[in-house]
Design a binder for this molecule. Structure first.
Ligand code: DP6
Length: 336
């Protein structure tokens, strides 16, 4: 593997015309996604190149809508859920840094209007859908005519998990091995699973103290268990992909839950320890294990936060709606 570090700007620049032409206004949508096999750890922090491949399910119509239009005021305007954001806020800076990769030195003031329809109660991160929608919108606005793998690679430079949000359904992000990362892209699996459900359970909406980016860096640096993660993740990815192909729900659930807990084991063994769980998270896990021993096929996955995402099929929906009355249910492929 070639580990030479290349800048984002160097990679992106090769795909751009010297001078951009801009449309007046465009809109784009990208779904949020939940990883069933997690991305945890980078081999290149500049390009967000991962140390393992991952696999996710996109959340249908839940995600980010982004509108880009020309700004007449002479300066950029950044809106999030209709509220104007200070240009020096961390949200605005991330967006402006990303846009700078495309605008380079051209004076093209823009209005970037991002609206997330992810239920705020769900405790889901919006950077994946946000960067994917922004990339799709930029491609249209500047008429870049980039293909889907390139959009995925560029969205990844904003946030790793955004590479997967360029697609719907089940999506695999191959880690790749090139130093410019252009083979580290996602693609959609040719699988449709009507009745597949994801339940969002919020146990807390408090901002996580350590975000995924810093959490990964700390884990790699300080956890002895991390050495076992890439091999575990690649084995889990194979099982999950096979389970999706064969529509074997219990195999999928087991591998996804085990994968999430293995990732959390690496986090907990970091120093200072990264324990994203709250007592309520553990209570929900115990409830799920009890429901499983009572014969209900329900599994969970968790990211770098205290909230749980339940995995089940529509046959278990009624009973789970009673057990978890506040759960938001998403069926990315609709009903059976
Ligand atoms: C635990 O994609 O948010 O949700 O690449 O630094 O922006 P950056 O990280 P991010 O990490 C997501 C980590 C995860 C697992 C996953 O979604 O695969």
């Amino acid at each position: 593997m070639n580990l030479k570090v290349i800048s984002k700007a160097t990679v992106v620049n090769q795909y751009l015309p010297k001078k951009l032409t801009a449309k007046t206004t465009v809109t784009a949508f990208a779904p949020s996604n939940i990883a069933l096999c997690k991305y945890w750890g980078k081999r290149d922090v500049e390009l967000n190149l991962p140390l393992n491949s991952s696999l996710s399910i996109s959340l249908g119509h839940l995600g980010s809508h982004t509108r880009i239009s020309h700004s007449d005021s002479g300066g950029d305007v950044i809106l999030l859920n209709t509220k104007e954001q200070a240009l020096d806020s961390s949200f605005s800076r991330k967006i402006l840094d990303f846009i700078a990769l495309f605008r380079r030195t051209q004076p093209l003031p823009l209005i970037i209007d991002t609206r997330n329809n992810i239920p705020t109660a769900a405790g889901l991160a919006s950077s994946a859908s946000g960067f994917a929608a922004l990339m799709i919108a930029l491609n249209d606005f500047f008429d870049l005519q980039l293909d889907k793998p390139t959009l995925s690679a560029f969205a990844r430079m904003g946030s790793g998990s955004a590479s997967r949000s360029v697609f719907s359904g089940f999506v695999r992000w191959d880690m790749g091995e090139q130093s410019d990362g252009m083979d580290s892209v996602a693609s959609q699996l040719d699988s449709h699973w009507p009745g597949f459900c994801i339940g969002l359970i919020k146990v807390s909406s408090v901002q996580k103290p350590v975000d995924s980016r810093s959490g990964m860096a700390r884990t790699i640096k300080t956890s002895n268990l991390y050495a076992s993660w890439p091999a575990q993740a690649s084995a889990d990815l194979l099982s999950i992909e096979a389970a999706i192909k064969n529509k074997n729900f219990s195999d999928l659930g087991q591998s996804a839950e085990k994968n999430a807990l293995s990732m959390h084991a690496t986090m907990m063994s970091a120093w200072p320890p990264l324990v994203y769980w709250l007592p309520e998270s553990l209570a929900v896990m115990h409830k799920i294990w009890q429901l499983r021993s009572d014969g209900i096929a329900v599994y969970f996955t968790m990211d770098a936060g205290p909230n749980l995402k339940l995995l089940f099929e529509s046959s278990a929906k009624k009973i789970l709606e009673i057990e978890f009355p506040d759960m938001e249910i998403i069926q990315p492929f609709g009903n059976e």
